[in-house]
Every structure is written in structure tokens, then in C-alpha cells.
Design a binder for this molecule. Structure first.
Ligand SMILES: [Zn+2]
Length: 275
């Protein structure tokens, strides 16, 4: 670490649990952030300010005026710009040492697979079930920790699926694909601005802990926030032994690549989170 890095990250290094070793591991980490919206904005800003070595930001959308109420990585001057490129501008202004790789496309299939394989930690900051399941399958296959967040109206959720571990539950264990879920269309739903900040910031916190190798992650725990009454609830859950994605007998774990069924639901309605 250079003298400037020692200064820049001194308030991290001063933390007993983190120290120089933890900060060095953060500097050596490649985080993949899928979605540069309400959740991806604060997550990316904190990961960059904290010195994550490389951030790949994926989003196929462009900045719109209606985004600015909560997607704090973007600015009015960048309305019309690709969100991934806009995020790169913001992150470079905070910490130019971070290698930011913008990807302006919808990730699926082999491209999703390759990007997940190249990352150390994946942050799911997306807003629809099909993509969430596809990301979960790729993370299970490549044994990458997945930090997942969701926010709609005044309701937030955050959890970690630590798929490096054989016994850790995955997103599919908690929200099985194909079950009847109330599809909530984000495009027409309201969302409380700071809620996305709270959830996205918690995703950054969990990602930094995983990167540094410190503390207890949210693996096996789903935190639910009712921001209207500002109440948190914790739901504990375990691996589903019969899970098709992460279970001991699943194709994804036995070396074969898990099916892509969920990745190509052309008619799937974009949804913000399970009801
Ligand atoms: Zn599972």
C-alpha cells in the first residue's frame, strides 16, 4: 500500500477487525454490481470510496429524470447517458484508483456466466425475478458470494447467499422459481427514496465484510425493513436439501451448468421483489 492509500483508508485501517490486512483484501477484490439504479447507486459509491480494486457495473438502461429521486449516482446533467457510463463518471470522481468497468447490456447466458466467474463478489441490485434467478444460478455454479437487495414502496429486503459454502442456502431456497408470487411492476410502483439508500448501503457493508473476510454475514438470514414504521424483522432460513440450484444433488453443484430456464422468460413481468 502506498502512503496515499494508507492515508485514504486510515479510518478503515484503524478498525481492529479490519486493519491493513483487511483493507488490502478489499483493494484486491473484484465486485460485480448488476443494476446501477436505486440499490446499485449507494452500493457502488461505497465500494469505490472504500477502495474495492475493480468494480464491474452492469446496466442496460439510460438515465431518466424519474431516476434521480433515488438513484444518487446519476445527475441531471447525465440524463440520457447510459447508466453504466454515468456510474463510471461518478466513481472516478470519488476514487480514480478504482478500476471501473461499465457494461451496458442485459446480462444473460454465457456473458452473465463469464462475468460472475471473473468476480469475487456479486451484488444483485436488479429488479426482476428472472434475472435474480439467473444470477443466483451462476453464483451457485461458480461458488461466488451473492449479496442481494430489494426495495419497493416502503419495504426493503437484504440477504447474503454465501455460495462458496456447500451448506449455505441460495436465493432459490428462499424464493423457489415458479411459485406463485405477486409480480410487482417497478415501473408503475412508488419507492421511498432513502429506502433504496438504506438497502443498497447494507449491500455495500456486507460486500466489504466478505471482501475483508471479517464478521458474520447475513447468510441464512433475510432482513426485512418496513420503512414506513421503521421496523426491522429477521427471517432465518436454511438450505433446501432438494434445491435444484444449490442442493447436494443439484446439477449446478455437481459440475454441470445449471439450466437457463429462468433466464429466458421472455414474457416474465419485471418485478421488484417477492410479495
Ligand atoms: Zn438453493
Amino acid at each position: 500500500m502506498t502512503d496515499e492509500q494508507l492515508l485514504r483508508y486510515s479510518r478503515h485501517i484503524l478498525l481492529d477487525a479490519l486493519g491493513i490486512e483487511g483493507q488490502q483484501r478489499i483493494l484486491d477484490t473484484h465486485a460485480l454490481i448488476i443494476g446501477a439504479g436505486g440499490l446499485g447507486s449507494p452500493a457502488a459509491l461505497y465500494l469505490a470510496s472504500a477502495g474495492i480494486g475493480r468494480i464491474t457495473v452492469v446496466d442496460d438502461d439510460v438515465v431518466d429524470l424519474t431516476n434521480l429521486q433515488r438513484q444518487i449516482i446519476h445527475t441531471e446533467a447525465r440524463v440520457g447517458m447510459a447508466k453504466a457510463a454515468s456510474a463510471q463518471v461518478a466513481l472516478a470522481a470519488i476514487n480514480p484508483a478504482v478500476d471501473v468497468v461499465p457494461v451496458q447490456k442485459t446480462l444473460a447466458g454465457a456473458e452473465l456466466d463469464a462475468l460472475v466467474a471473473s468476480a469475487d463478489i456479486v451484488l444483485d441490485c436488479t429488479d426482476n425475478f428472472a434475472t435474480r434467478h439467473a444470477i443466483n444460478r451462476a453464483c451457485a455454479h461458480h461458488r461466488k458470494p451473492l449479496v442481494s437487495g430489494a426495495a419497493i414502496r416502503f419495504d426493503g429486503q437484504v440477504s447474503v447467499y454465501d455460495l462458496r459454502r456447500d451448506d449455505a442456502p441460495c436465493y432459490h431456497c428462499l424464493f423457489p422459481e415458479g411459485e406463485d408470487v405477486e409480480e410487482v411492476r417497478c415501473a408503475v410502483m412508488g419507492v421511498f427514496a432513502p429506502l433504496t439508500g438504506i438497502v443498497g448501503t447494507m449491500q455495500a457493508a456486507e460486500a466489504l465484510k466478505l471482501a475483508a473476510g471479517i464478521g458474520e454475514s447475513l447468510s441464512g438470514r433475510l432482513l426485512l425493513l418496513d420503512a414506513l414504521n421503521m421496523e426491522w424483522r429477521t427471517v432465518k432460513f436454511r438450505q433446501d436439501a432438494d434445491c435444484a440450484v444449490c442442493g447436494p444433488n443439484s446439477a449446478g453443484r455437481s459440475g454441470e451448468y445449471p439450466g437457463q430456464s429462468g433466464a429466458h422468460h421472455e414474457s416474465a413481468t419485471p418485478a421488484c421483489r417477492p410479495a
